[in-house]
Design a protein around this ligand. Structure first.
Ligand code: 3HC
Ligand code: NAI
Length: 705
């Protein structure tokens, strides 16, 4: 089916292009667009050409799915197309509606004039996928809006309201009304001017040079070196913009082209592109069609106003959804309501919310001690103590009052969602919504699909996640779901390394240098070391065969639960969240090693990183094969959005694929010869072993890499 149509309006040809949803400029669109433009140029009855996108937007840019494939370069490539537009002997006018990003904006920069609707947004987001604008954007934009503004647009990568470009050579007109009609009449007038001999304005003929360019570039380089050390693209963007200001247009284009190709094949760009598609793939359910009818979710209820319950309530309030918040006693309810109020007031103080909006938001909260008040809620989320007996009472009560068709959700982090569903008379309506702490801030939501969860309950909960601005990943039922089941192996391995000779701060430093937001010990201190302690106590009964280092138990026996008790693996000072190495802990570790006859050895950063990341990867391979996760890229998203895994490495599965699964298994075999720890730990999961043997990859299917 054709993606491009041409119609004539008097002497103006209007060419509309693009396929839903975002009019990306893939091979077919480029070819058809080039043919339509060439046809209009050749038609003697045409005096000017208008380019406009279909589907209410201009274009989101190049088709990212083509990157790294021959289709990206197939003629006409984007640069060829833009050069055809720019060299047109007849005026070409871009009519920009809605979104105009990346190669879409670059196409418009090749046009002689641009008109935009007042609601349009323009941007060059390539830096977010580890690239630079590679179709002339780094050369034309500085010539139109100056080097400083171009640096901001290109390095920021965010869409900018078209209004902000009013009065610059980037925009000839801002249109509040019928954009296409305005563009056609503008084009007719420019066609007449041009026939009368007026020269066509081209971005390439302007200059970006100026006296302030050099200090601006120095400042920009220093800033990105400090803030984005792991990302190669921002510095290359600056190099390309520098070429715009110091070289001829064609030389600058050549610089841009070669930097673009160089970046395209970096692991960082591959990882960021993987993350882009992985996030979107996670919202799709393999066996639940997109056409599944969704339930209406207009009101919510949350049971338990503790840490999680109040955070979850806040999340609904921020999305404008009224929430009933239920507690067992007036004091606990009051504490929960105060927590909600404090956060909302904090947003007013920070200028993020007006007092009126805060008042309206807080007004959506209805605190209660009565289950009867839950009877109108479309979704009820339980966030009470992590104790099956307590949850059982709560779900029996919910079952009594919830209206027919309400979704019943549990925020449990470890309990069996199927067992919780079985308490009720309607297991098909029960689902897990595993928010992360702080629930109003963390992006990740693990949506736990029970054995009997109805498809429309699942689909509705996934849509709700989007409304709440969360990134949802579906998990099956198992202990710890996707994220915490993997983190248990990671922490187990970190503790073995403490036994063997590494200090918590050496391990944290190695993981933070790898790019984690926080190493395992700082993370445990933040979450509370008592959580892991309870899990190990439970495991000692359920799985006595699983070996744990005892060093963390010794720490907990001292009451060092982490930040909340003023000490954990590190010491903490009042009013200060920094972690200070602890002499008490150093001593405890030495005593623990002596008691177990262990001679400490130096463990280098590479071994620390490999052991911890491969511990995640091996457990993830089991999770994938068991069908707990739908696809490898979902696991990557859990780790990118919930566990501080470095985004530029694409998640544990993407990273393992980049290293090569054969090499990963070889390294695991080396670790299995380590006399300490659990010898079975490093047995490769069957899926990992098979993929390694067949030169396969976790992410070869599912999200596009
Ligand atoms: N190429 C291919 N597919 C794209 C795409 C692109 N540039 N942009 C979006 N899509 C796809 C998404 O993968 C998604 O597909 P799916 O339905 O199969 O999951 C679909 O379009 C809709 O996307 P979103 O779910 O993100 O829709 P939203 O409405 O939330 O957002 C958007 C729309 C703001 C356009 C957002 O998709 C976006 O930011 N896209 C990326 C834009 C971008 O990075 N452009 C630069 C491309 S690189 C380039 O142009 C190189 C050039 O300089 C040479
Ligand atoms: P919390 O102890 O801070 O809050 C629990 C609240 O539930 C308390 O305010 C308590 O008064 C209330 N409560 C207890 N029994 C109740 C009942 N029968 N009816 C109504 N309210 C009752 O606990 P937290 O941390 O908020 O955890 C809640 C749930 O969220 C647990 O299942 C936990 O495993 C899970 N979770 C916790 C995370 C965390 O980091 N704290 C992260 C993800 C999930």
């Amino acid at each position: 089916m054709s993606t491009v149509t041409s119609i004539r309006e008097g002497a103006v040809t209007v060419i509309r292009f693009g396929e839903p949803p975002v009019n990306s400029l893939g091979r077919q669109t480029r070819a058809e667009l080039a043919a339509a433009i060439a046809g209009a140029i050749q038609d003697p009855a045409v005096s000017a050409i208008v380019l406009a996108g279909n589907n209410g937007l201009f274009s989101a840019g190049a088709d990212i799915r083509e990157f790294g494939t021959p289709a990206m370069l197939a003629a006409p490539n984007l640069a060829d197309l833009i050069s055809l537009v720019e060299s047109s002997p007849k005026p070409v006018i871009a009519a920009i509606d809605g979104t105009c990003l990346g190669g879409g904006l670059e196409l418009s920069l090749g046009c002689h004039y641009r008109l935009a609707s007042t609601t349009a947004k323009l941007g060059l987001p390539e830096v977010k996928i580890g690239l630079l604008p590679g179709a002339g954007g780094t050369q034309r934009l500085p010539r139109l809006i100056g080097v400083e503004n171009a640096l901001n647009v290109i390095l920021g990568g965010e869409p900018v309201p078209a209004k902000l470009f009013a009065g610059t050579p980037l925009l000839s007109q801002l249109v509040d009304g019928d954009l296409l009609a305005a563009a056609v009449s503008f084009a007719a007038a420019r066609g007449t001017d041009h026939q009368a001999g007026k020269r066509l304005p081209r971005a390439r003929d302007r200059s970006a040079a100026g006296p302030h360019v050099e200090p601006l570039l120095i400042f920009a380089r220093n800033t990105v070196r400090a803030a984005y050390a792991a990302y190669p693209a921002p510095l290359k963007c600056i190099d390309a913009i520098e070429a715009a200001a110091t070289k001829s247009f064609d030389e600058g284009l050549a610089v841009e082209r070669s930097l673009f190709i160089e970046l395209m094949f970096t692991p960082v760009s591959k990882a960021l592109r993987h993350a882009f598609f992985a996030e979107r793939a996670a919202a799709k359910l393999a066996d639940v069609p997109e056409s599944t009818p969704l339930r209406d979710l207009k009101t919510a209820a949350v049971i338990g106003a503790g840490t999680m319950g109040s955070g979850i309530a806040l999340t609904f309030l921020s999305a404008g959804i009224p929430v009933v918040l239920l507690e067992t006693g007036a004091d606990a309810l009051e504490r929960g309501v105060s927590r909600v109020k404090d956060v909302i007031e904090g947003q007013v103080k920070k200028g993020r919310l007006t007092p009126e909006a805060a008042h309206a938001r807080f007004g959506l909260l209805k605190p209660t001690l009565e289950y009867a008040d839950l009877s109108k809620a479309d979704i009820i989320i339980e966030a009470v103590f992590e104790d099956m007996a307590v949850k059982k009472d709560v779900f029996l009560a919910i079952d009594q009052v919830a209206k027919s068709g309400a979704i019943l959700a549990t925020n449990t982090s470890t309990l069996n969602v199927d067992a919780i569903a079985a308490i009720t008379s309607r297991p098909a309506e029960v689902i897990g919504t595993h928010f992360f702490s702080p629930a109003n801030i963390m992006k990740l939501l693990e949506v736990v699909r029970g054995r009997e969860t109805a498809p429309d309950v699942l689909a509705t909960t996934m849509r709700l996640a989007k409304t709440l601005r969360k990134t949802a990943v579906v998990s099956g039922v198992c202990d710890g779901f996707i994220g915490n089941r993997m983190i248990e192996q990671y922490v187990r391995q970190a503790l073995f390394m403490v036994d063997e000779g590494a200090s918590p701060s050496e391990i944290d430093a190695a993981m933070e240098a790898f790019g984690f937001a926080m190493g395992p010990f700082r993370m445990s201190d933040l979450a509370g070391n008592d959580i892991g302690w309870h899990i190990r106590q439970r495991r000692a009964i359920e799985r006595p065969d699983v070996v744990y280092s005892k060093v963390a138990d010794r720490l907990c026996e001292l009451g060092r639960f982490g930040q909340k008790t003023g000490g954990g693996w590190y010491d903490y000072r009042k009013g200060d969240r920094n972690a200070y190495p602890s002499a008490v802990v150093d001593d405890l570790i030495i005593q623990h090693r002596n008691a177990n006859g262990m001679v400490a050895r130096k463990i280098d950063a590479r071994e620390i990183v490999d052991r911890l990341v491969y511990a995640l990867v091996n457990e993830a391979a089991l999770i994938l094969e068991e069908g707990i996760a739908q696809r490898a890229s979902d696991i990557d998203i859990v780790y990118l959005t919930g566990y501080g895994f470095p985004v530029y490495r694409g998640g544990p599965m993407c990273y393992a694929d980049e290293v090569g699964l054969y090499a990963v298994v070889q390294r695991m075999n080396e670790f299995s010869r380590n006399p300490h720890g659990d010898p079975s730990f490093w047995t490769p999961a069957p899926l990992l072993a098979r993929l390694a043997a067949s030169s396969g990859a976790f992410n070869s299917t599912g999200a596009r890499s």
